[in-house]
Design a protein around this ligand. Sequence first.
Ligand SMILES: C[S@@+](CC[C@H](N)C(=O)[O-])C[C@H]1O[C@@H](n2cnc3c(N)ncnc32)[C@H](O)[C@@H]1O
Length: 287
Amino acid sequence: MKQSLRRLLTEDLPQNYGANPNVVRDTDKYVEEYVHGFVDKWDELIDWDERAKSEGDFFIEELRRRDVKRVLDVAAGTGFHSIRLIEAGFDVVSVDGSPNMLAKAFENGRRRGHVLRTRHADWRWLNRDVMGRFDAVICLGNSFTHLFNERDRRKALAEYYSALVHDGVLILDQRNYDAILDKGFKGKHKHYYCGEQVTAEPEYFDEGLCRFCYSFPDGSRYHLNMFPLRKNYTRRLLSEVGFQRIDTFGDFKETYHEDDPDFFIHVAEKRYDSVDPQANSPGDLTK
Ligand SMILES: C[S@@+](CC[C@H](N)C(=O)[O-])C[C@H]1O[C@@H](n2cnc3c(N)ncnc32)[C@H](O)[C@@H]1O
């Protein structure tokens, strides 16, 4: 095992963004951002029971409607969705590029009586490291925002596309960065980050960076530097990579006012129909 990976897995390292954190805009940074201390706190941040309540069966129903059996959870994190889907009867493989997150997911699974099938992989090399085809790929919890350049985003989406069977579905969510960039942050965070005592707020944002600060009741604070994806930009990338039909929900609802949702959830289908299924739909993929 490489020395740097061993340190990351065993030592309680602090996060380190150097003298000017707002210039750190690097796709590879996520591995170091998820230090032990932050990963240990992650489940406080997302309070599993509250999160399950606010999501309801949205993902389970979207997957069942498409007769999905095999799911690749590419951003397993601490295992919340992998475990929910296993318990709902799906066959799940759990991927993450952070060894600390994967170890935590495995531990959380074991505590609930499951042995998670974990794979350590970065999305950009997903199909090199994970074998097989899946009926669904899920990338949830505002994870895709960790990619800082378009080349990485296109490559990751192409890898998800390739990991799917011919009529598979990708479900990918993101924060409503349009509202943050255009209107400022309103701080509702009710759907994903549900821990009562925890705050998750952007400390700085511009068109190329959204730096979030997570504060915990014991006084500890952690950060994540993320790329603020605009909704229609993500939809366009999904379409350009080959997804044929893309439906975007706002906080799990089909109709919403653009500024209201905290999160957008894109449900992107690979199934090819020679007649364009969205040819007459008003969804603008060009912005
Ligand atoms: C914000 S967390 C969300 C975790 C989980 N899905 C949830 O909802 O709680 C983002 C996750 O994506 C993973 N990640 C970010 N960039 C990645 C990449 N390029 N390849 C693989 N995993 C990545 C991180 O390690 C982290 O576990």
